[in-house]
Ligand binder design. Structure first.
Ligand SMILES: Nc1ncnc2c1ncn2[C@@H]1O[C@H](COP(=O)(O)OP(=O)(O)OP(=O)(O)O)[C@@H](O)[C@H]1O
Ligand SMILES: C[C@@](O)(CCOP(=O)(O)O)CC(=O)O
Length: 449
């Protein structure tokens, strides 16, 4: 095991958009976002070298998966292009990981460009280890993710497949990964206090920029906001904030990135992250169900936005009503008014169903409506919604946080799965308030080289 004092560990939560799917893409509206107990953890440490040996390598690995090691050489690109990494071959083949690679390009450029203490050519080699909580991926055996994950020991499962063969449960692994990797690099190379609001803002802006570049599109960014700030009411940034950024490694990238991260020279971040308006009544939990069947989020978003553009009056009314009902739910939850949760959720579902019916997109498909309605009848369940973009693959539930309710829900879903021939299971994951955080290295014993 490495010298613990030299290892930096951080973790970022996954996300769940309880209310505000689609409307949150427009900054006139907000989303009610929950951070999740399922976290992506990243450990950073120097690579020890023997005397006289000069290494310039960044090694990133996900030891829970097969063939999941990505090694990069790096150099300073000409004309202010920043640090550019080049993937090196491991074994016989090379598997790209665009989220890791882009994050390295962005964060190493930021680090070498901004710190006065940093000499551009002395970026030391580092090893980064990624550990994802089990609920991010369903198990290949088709057994429920929360109950039978592991061929390894302890908190993190070992999967007998490469990362590409793992079935994601949709908790936002890429945003949590980019954010945690960014935070780990900043903490490893700079003196960076993750608790300070200024540092959180730098982390947020840098991670949003890297995540959008890796994704090849600018979404609302609620997933990165959740990874940094945890549960919040989220108003997106204008996409134009990122439009001045050239491709990483090309002339001017380093300065443009610094301007973006610090909001300088004409760049103005207009994100609003409201922590104060989000909460849960005592004794109420937010939980998620995995429904084993994926949806095509990108196609769905496109179709809803096209419908909105062609039906601006009806859409305007619907978007406004949804915003109101979403805020009402946030108020009910924050206020601790347990008796009003059911009605608040029903009102949202009615409007979401309308959005789906009018745009021709299965946002809350009939199979999910049937399941949500039935779940409402289970004692201790206040209600549920299709989170995020909706579709066939997940449910979010608000329920009494006690063993009896949990048992009843599990039994109910067991029966439902048998009756319908599908696999619906309650994930272990729950809504939590906290965002990015520093971790004790001891938590990862057995996983640090
Ligand atoms: N444990 C991990 N180790 C390394 N890379 C990972 C890991 N988990 C996710 N990634 C990176 O994130 C990518 C998955 O991102 P993608 O945007 O497809 O899904 P997502 O963010 O989980 O989406 P969703 O919002 O549906 O949850 C992987 O292809 C990989 O590049
Ligand atoms: C449809 C959208 O509003 C939410 C998508 O959420 P999810 O990826 O389904 O969790 C898109 C976005 O906000 O980027």
């Amino acid at each position: 095991m490495a010298d613990r004092d030299r290892v930096t560990a951080v973790s970022a939560p996954g996300k769940m958009l309880l209310a505000g799917g689609y409307i949150v893409l427009d900054r006139a509206y907000t989303g009610l976002v929950f951070g999740l107990s399922a976290r992506i953890n990243v450990l950073a440490q120097e690579i020890p070298t023997s005397e006289g040996v000069h290494l310039t390598e960044i090694v990133v690995e996900s030891p829970q998966f097969l063939e999941a090691q990505w090694r990069y050489g790096y150099h300073l690109a000409e004309e202010d292009g920043g640090i550019k990494v080049t993937q090196l071959q491991v074994g016989t083949h090379i598997t790209p990981n665009p989220f890791v690679e882009t994050t390295l390009n962005y964060v190493l450029t930021y680090i070498t460009g901004t710190s006065k203490h940093f000499h551009k050519r002395t970026l030391k080699s580092a090893r980064l280890t990624i550990l994802a909580d089990n609920d991010y991926y369903s198990q290949p055996t088709s057994s429920p993710p929360s109950s039978a994950p592991s061929t390894g020991t302890g908190r993190f499962a070992r999967f007998p497949v490469p990362l590409s063969g793992a079935h994601k449960t949709g908790l936002g692994s890429s945003a949590a990964l980019v954010t945690a990797l960014t935070a780990a690099l900043l903490s490893h190379y700079l003196s960076f206090d993750l608790n300070s609001p200024d540092s959180k803002l730098v982390l947020h802006n840098l991670a949003q920029a890297a995540h959008c570049a890796a994704q090849g599109k600018v979404g609302s960014g609620f997933d990165v906001a959740a990874a940094v700030y945890g549960s919040c009411s989220y108003r997106r940034f204008s996409p134009s904030v990122l439009s001045s950024l050239p491709k990483s490694g090309t002339p001017g990238f380093a300065t443009a990135l610094d301007n973006v991260v610090h909001g300088l020279n004409g760049v103005t971040w207009d994100t609003n992250v409201g922590k104060a308006g989000v909460g849960l009544p005592q004794g109420v939990a937010v939980r998620m169900c995995d429904v084993n069947c994926g949806s095509q989020t990108v196609g769905m978003v496109k179709q809803v936005l096209t419908w909105r553009a062609q039906n601006s009056e009806a859409a305007g009314k619907l978007w406004g009503e949804l915003q109101q009902k979403n805020e009402a739910l946030a108020d009910v939850l924050k206020g601790g008014w347990t008796d009003d949760i059911k009605e608040a959720i029903r009102a949202i579902r009615k409007l979401v169903k309308k959005m789906g019916a009018e745009s021709g997109v299965p946002i809350e498909p009939d199979s999910q409506t049937e399941l949500l309605d039935a779940l409402e009848g289970v004692e201790g369940v206040y209600g549920g919604v299709v989170p995020g973009a909706g579709g066939y693959d997940a449910l979010a539930l608000l329920l009494k946080d006690d063993e009896e309710t949990l048992k009843r829900v599990e039994q109910f879903l067991d029966g439902w799965s048998k009756e319908k021939g599908s696999l619906v299971c309650l994930l272990g994951v729950r809504g939590e308030m906290e965002g990015i955080r520093k971790e004790e290295v001891a938590v990862y014993d057995g996983w640090v080289q």
